[in-house]
Every structure is written in C-alpha cells, then in structure tokens.
Ligand binder design. Structure first.
Ligand code: FES
Length: 123
C-alpha cells in the first residue's frame, strides 16, 4: 500500500479559531490554493477553485461561508456548496463538486494527506 505524504498546515487549535484559512499548494503539479476549515467537529479542505468561472471562492470577499454559515459560498457570483461534500447546490453547476483534499489530524496538528500535493511558499 502506498502511503500519502503528510504536509503540516497548522495546529488544530489555530484552525478552530478562524472561519477558514488558505494555503498555497501545488496539486497534481498545478499551482493553486487550498481552503481549510473546521465545521461541526471535523476539518475539511477543498481546492479553492469554483467550477463556474474558475475563480477562487474568496476572490471578491474574505469569506467562504454564506450569511447563515450553513453553506460555502463563492463570492464571485454567489453559488453555494455543501461544506461537507463540496457539492454545488446552485442550478448551473448542480451536483458538481469542489475538489476535496484529504486531511489528517495527528497530535493536535492538521496535515494535508494527499499524494499529489505539496505546500508552496505563500506570496
Ligand atoms: S465563479 Fe464562482 S459562482 Fe461564478
């Protein structure tokens, strides 16, 4: 069995203090960024790329949740996504999903656990 490489993101305590954070990554050799957030007792991460017009979810606004905190929301045109699956709930992209990224939490530290992911230096 091939094991995934772990890349440290932050402490679990720090993740629980913020609405979300971003990390610059190389995923499948493409430079992009990841969204990481804590919701209802679990850490989630997605590639920060809305399939509608290929923009980051937080491109227009420093936020990724709608006003209810129930859904992820792309700040460009307002499409919403189920935060636990990344599935789009808006008609144009209904059923399409954000690319999820596997995480692991070990000894109070949150890690990416993806074979094809490397952290990049933040700009
Ligand atoms: S680019 Fe995300 S809703 Fe249009």
């Amino acid at each position: 069995m091939q094991t995934s490489k772990l890349a440290a993101i932050c402490s679990l305590e720090d993740l629980q203090k913020v609405s979300y954070l971003t990390r610059a990554i190389l995923f499948k050799k493409q430079p992009t960024s990841a969204l990481v957030f804590w919701l209802d007792g679990q850490a989630y991460s997605y590639v920060n790329h809305c399939m509608h017009m290929h923009r980051p979810l937080n491109g227009e606004q420093d936020a990724i949740f709608d006003e209810t905190g129930r859904y992820l929301r792309c700040s460009m045109h307002g499409f919403i996504f189920e935060p636990t699956t990344g599935e789009c709930q808006s008609p144009v992209c209904l059923g399409q999903r954000l690319q999820s990224l596997r995480l692991q939490v070990l000894d109070g530290v949150v890690y990416f656990s993806e074979k094809h992911l490397q952290l990049r230096d933040e700009l």
